[in-house]
Design a protein around this ligand. Structure first.
Ligand code: ZN
Length: 408
């Protein structure tokens, strides 16, 4: 699934969880980092369970203990935490004067770094919300001079140092004369071998990044420019967004690089969105390779001629599946409100068997539903933010459109 769609769905999940409240301090939030041993977590929960026996209110005590038990039951299904860690929310939710124990499992979009156990009247969502505030694309980072190089990956706000390479290029110093020239040739040969070694490793690492948006190169002297200009990185040279000065070529150098490149990264992210919307508006204006409106976009996706589907993050419509309990008749409708659909079908009879037995079977946001559909027909889906002027323009246009592979 496309990153922008994943991000959107994650955001929606958080909005949903945010509304959940408990009557007392009885909603549990548990954050488990990926490297945490689950047997330890189980022991921790057992301990919390016995601690909960001291809670004064019998009602709260019972609710906290059942929440802990339900978390432990879910945890038993795992041998180890998923790649980014695991978050579990559990507790007795009080909604419309009703109370019900609910459990939610969530795989975060980014790595969880610390173990958290909280009990409150609301779920603790801050660490997950923070994951939404920074960019999701991945970047390759390389700092280099003649003595060492460090290769890293930037994803979200996480920097992973992947490789540090030392050169064995001797320093230039000399006595002059014949042997001096031969010595210099040997040095250049050694430098060339070292650059090749760095480049091979960088290619291997950067090519394995799933969403590589670009590469940033840094270093203290002219070596970085030389390395780039000589084309050591081959095809990847095209992916270089910027070359910046840093004082170091180790882990500190990588951090300097990220600080200095922040502005470029932000612009890069926004400009992709801007370009897409501009292209879309151009195509619409000349009646070219674009359509808009849910119906036309859906048709383009279903029939495989949609290339990129653009949906505004503010496009809040649902795709609702309605079935007849009596004759199994089914239909889909799109609506901004599930409640409205519910009211409408109550007063409607089934078009096939004419019984008053229509009901909502399931529903999804259109963004989610079209993304799944697009996956089957090879179209990409981009969720467009409303942070740019172009994004607002797109929303004013209805908030849903598609660039087409060919005209129908
Ligand atoms: Zn029917």
């Amino acid at each position: 699934m496309n990153e922008s769609v994943k991000l959107y769905l994650f955001k929606k999940q958080l909005e949903y969880l945010e509304k959940k409240t408990g009557k007392g301090t009885e909603l549990i939030s548990l954050y488990i980092p990926p490297d945490r041993n689950l047997a330890d977590v189980m022991n921790y929960l057992k301990e919390e369970y016995s601690q909960a026996a001291n809670i004064k209110s019998p009602r709260t005590r019972k609710n906290v203990q059942s929440a802990i038990v339900s978390i432990m039951q879910r945890l038993k299904l795992f041998n180890k935490p998923p790649e980014n860690g695991l978050v579990i929310f559990a507790g007795t939710i009080s909604e419309n004067n009703k109370e019900k124990l609910e459990v939610f499992l969530l795989e975060p979009i980014d790595r969880i770094n610390s173990f958290i156990y909280r009990c409150d009247s609301k779920f603790f969502l801050e660490p997950l919300k923070q994951m939404l505030t920074y960019k999701r694309d991945a970047y390759g980072l390389l700092v280099i001079d003649r003595s060492e190089a460090t290769i890293a990956i930037l994803k979200g706000k996480n920097i992973t140092i992947v490789k540090h390479i030392e050169s064995n290029v001797p320093r230039k110093h000399g006595k002059g004369g014949q042997s001096q020239r031969r010595f210099e040739r040997l040095i250049e040969q050694a430098a060339h071998e070292y650059f090749k070694r760095v480049a091979e490793k960088a290619k291997e690492i950067f090519n394995s990044i799933e969403n590589l948006k670009g590469i940033i190169v840094g270093g203290p002297g002219p070596t970085k420019e030389f390395f780039v200009k000589e084309g050591y990185l081959g095809e990847l040279t095209k992916k270089i967004l910027d070359i910046v000065d840093t004082s170091y070529t180790d882990e500190y150098g990588i951090r300097e690089l990220v600080d200095k490149a922040e502005k470029i990264l932000k612009e890069e992210e926004i400009s992709k969105e801007k370009k897409l919307v501009r292209k879309f508006l151009e195509e619409i204006a000349r009646d070219g390779l674009a359509v808009y409106g849910e119906k036309d976009v859906r048709e383009a996706v279903e029939n495989g001629y949609a290339d990129i589907v653009l949906i505004s993050e503010k496009y809040e419509k649902y795709r609702v599946k309605i079935v007849c309990k009596n004759c199994k008749y089914e239909e889909y409708i799109s609506s901004e409100s599930i409640e409205r659909v519910e009211r409408e079908i109550l007063s409607k009879n089934c078009p096939k068997c004419n019984a008053n037995t229509l009901e909502i079977e399931s529903y999804k946001t259109i963004i989610e539903e079209l993304s799944e559909l697009a996956e089957k027909t090879g179209a990409k889906v981009e969720v467009i933010s409303t942070e740019t002027e172009e994004g607002m323009q797109f929303l004013a246009f209805g908030g849903i459109g598609a660039l087409l592979r060919y005209k129908v």
